[in-house]
Design a protein around this ligand. Structure first.
Ligand code: NAD
Length: 332
């Protein structure tokens, strides 16, 4: 049954069913790092819920997966409140949707602006806080408001500086990931040990970071790319691309494959290039992130409860072998 033909009661019942599925999968994915379905199945089911809630806005609940970031934190870790929330990203699955996002933003602004295109690293978001240039706290995103304190584990990762090149107070955000080679090695080792392999490098990175014994994390060969500054007012640059270069000067590892785009053609070419090169990279990417390059414009656009309005993720199409749920028929 098409959503448009449903009564409100039927829509509520269908939404409940979708939320239950999504919550179960999110728990497996975020809390236990052990997904039972492909990301594309989660994404398509999530999109069905978005479509249903768009058709029936009155059925949206505050705890719907469409209204919240990530999921629970694990017991055993100290909780870290994020003074500035760690958000997710809105996503699109085609160039047409990406263009529609850019068109909507252009229509709302009176002057032209640039984008910064970045690779969407398939890892998990981390936050690093420095006082006088010394790393004092590292945390996971958790539910966006409260994360897990994983400072000791993050200190074992070589790409994370313990001391910055300047004695400043700053909080930076980025992605922690497991390089493809380390992932293959780790799963081979787990097979020898008779332990279940990790489903993908993202889950391996998340499972490796959320260890109560930091010696385990130290052996897992994780790495990071930082891409955002949460609370530092003294940036020299007023652009996203300039901020990345400042992060590099401070001692962080950034992903240098970013590119400033002046128009949709530039974005198109960037997406095409990395769709082709994706398999040759040493780390997994699951899409491209397009961000408004001007930091003042980012600030004025702000965010919803879940995602910034100044950025969007273009997700790569699922691999051939992955399941699709696009054609599921609603029988309510
Ligand atoms: P997301 O992964 O789609 O996008 C947001 C995240 O992208 C950010 O939090 C950040 O960690 C990351 N990111 C990587 N590179 C970035 C860059 N250059 N700039 C900014 N951010 C960057 O959203 P999410 O909320 O983390 O996770 C939702 C996704 O997780 C779903 O779309 C689905 O694919 C997957 N998921 C899968 C299952 C499953 O069962 N398979 C369950 C839940 C979620």
């Amino acid at each position: 049954m098409a959503f448009e033909d449903m009564t409100e009661q039927q829509a509520e019942s269908a939404a409940r069913e979708l939320r239950e599925k999504l919550n179960k999968w999110a728990d497996e994915y975020y809390t236990y790092d052990s997904p039972s379905v492909e990301d594309s199945v989660y994404d398509q089911t999530y999109q069905q819920l978005v479509d249903l809630e768009t058709t029936f806005p009155q059925i949206v609940t505050p705890d719907s997966p469409t209204q919240k970031v990530g999921d629970h934190t694990l017991p055993g870790f100290t909780k870290v409140p994020h003074e500035i929330p760690m958000l997710s990203l809105g996503d699109v699955f085609s160039i047409e949707e990406l263009k529609a996002f850019a068109d909507r933003l252009s229509d709302s602004e009176s002057v032209p602006f640039e984008y910064n295109c970045e690779l969407k690293i398939d890892g998990l978001a981390i936050s690093l806080r420095y006082e006088d240039g010394i790393l004092v706290q590292g945390a996971t995103r958790g539910n966006g408001q409260i994360g897990e304190d994983i400072t000791r584990n993050l200190k074992t990762i070589k790409s994370i500086p313990q001391r910055l090149s300047r004695p400043i107070n700053i909080e930076v955000r980025g992605e922690c990931y497991m390089p493809k080679e380390s992932f293959v090695e780790l799963n081979q080792q787990r097979q020898v040990e008779g332990v279940a392999p990790f489903a993908n490098p993202r889950n391996a990175a998340a499972g490796s970071l959320r260890q109560l014994d930091s010696r385990v994390t130290a052996h897992r060969k994780l790495s990071t790319f930082m891409y955002n500054v949460a609370n530092y007012d003294d940036l020299e640059s007023d652009t996203q691309s300039g901020m990345l270069e400042e992060l590099k000067k401070l001692g962080f590892t950034i992903n240098s494959d970013y590119q400033v785009a002046h128009n949709m053609d530039d974005i198109d070419q960037y997406v095409e290039r990395y769709t082709k090169q994706r398999d040759t990279l040493a780390y997994g990417i699951d899409g491209i992130v397009i961000k408004v390059n001007s930091l003042p414009l980012q600030r004025s656009l702000g965010a919803t409860v879940k995602v910034p309005r100044w950025a969007i993720a273009y997700k790569f199409p699922p691999e051939e072998a992955e399941t699709t749920v696009r054609d599921i028929e609603w029988t309510v």
